[in-house]
Ligand binder design. Structure first.
Ligand SMILES: *Cc1c(COP(=O)(O)O)cnc(C)c1O
Length: 240
């Protein structure tokens, strides 16, 4: 293990400063942007360091990895819904929906109604409410998950809205992997436009989350309206 609390704090401060600057450039307030620590493939010790360093919002990619790492924290009395909020940011398979319903506050990666329906069923038997985000594929990259266009999104949303245990809070995307910053900002701007149209067309939904931006592109995402950036390597260092 190489990460120390000091290193973590420095990384975190630098990210906060960059978010502040990007927010100012866009005429926004940095308080309106949440920072999530994405701990996938990092050891459970890093979660504790991040908690001590001031992070309370965490993301994991895989259900099983989250159960193992965050479950072990529960054993140490660290995992308490009040001070740690855990989201799933990676693809969810239907057969993992039960574990997901038991483990996460929010699933950010809903990309088809069937997944939401499976989550609904398990949330119902657990008598719990769950937040979800709908994932859009804004890059056009075939390898990425997410709804491909507005029509797909709307028709899914119309059925997902009926699910009483799930609260749709907004949209999530993974930006295109490219050095072409214009392409990245266009993808994020597209998601923001879609988010605003949803707000207009669905006044009954409480939409407050636009999850976009990772270590390589969070400043662009903030300029384009992100309310939640998902940061792994810029906080913790390279993954093995
Ligand atoms: C891994 C991952 C992140 C964080 O990526 P970094 O580039 O390490 O910041 C954010 N969101 C999702 C969906 C991820 O899979």
């Amino acid at each position: 293990m190489t990460l120390t609390l000091d290193i973590f704090k420095k990384n975190f401060q630098l990210i906060q400063q960059k978010i502040e600057e990007a927010a100012i450039r866009a005429g926004r307030k940095s308080q309106d942007i949440r920072i999530m620590a994405v701990t996938k493939s990092f050891p459970a010790e890093y979660i504790e360091i991040a908690c001590r360093g001031g992070i309370s919002l965490f993301g994991e990619n895989r259900v099983q990895e989250a159960v193992e790492k965050y479950g072990s924290l529960a054993g140490q009395g660290m995992h308490n819904q009040d001070d740690l909020e855990l989201h799933l940011v990676g693809h969810l398979q239907r057969n993992k929906a039960k574990k997901a319903a038991e483990t996460f506050c929010c699933v950010q990666s809903i990309d088809k109604p069937e997944t939401a329906i499976a989550l609904q069923r398990h949330c119902q038997s657990l008598r719990r409410q769950m937040d979800i985000l709908l994932e859009m594929n804004t890059s056009g990259e075939e390898s990425k998950y997410g709804f491909r266009n507005e029509d797909e999104l709307i028709s899914a949303l119309d059925s997902i809205m009926e699910l009483s245990c799930l609260r749709v809070r907004g949209l999530m995307t993974i930006g295109p992997f490219t050095q072409d910053t214009l392409r990245v900002s266009k993808a994020f701007a597209r998601l923001k436009g879609l988010y605003q149209r949803l707000k207009e067309c669905y006044p009954g939904l409480v939409l407050d989350t636009l999850s976009m931006g990772m270590s390589g592109d969070f400043e662009i995402a903030v300029e384009e309206g992100s309310t939640l950036v998902r940061i792994g390597t810029a906080l913790f260092g390279q993954r093995e």
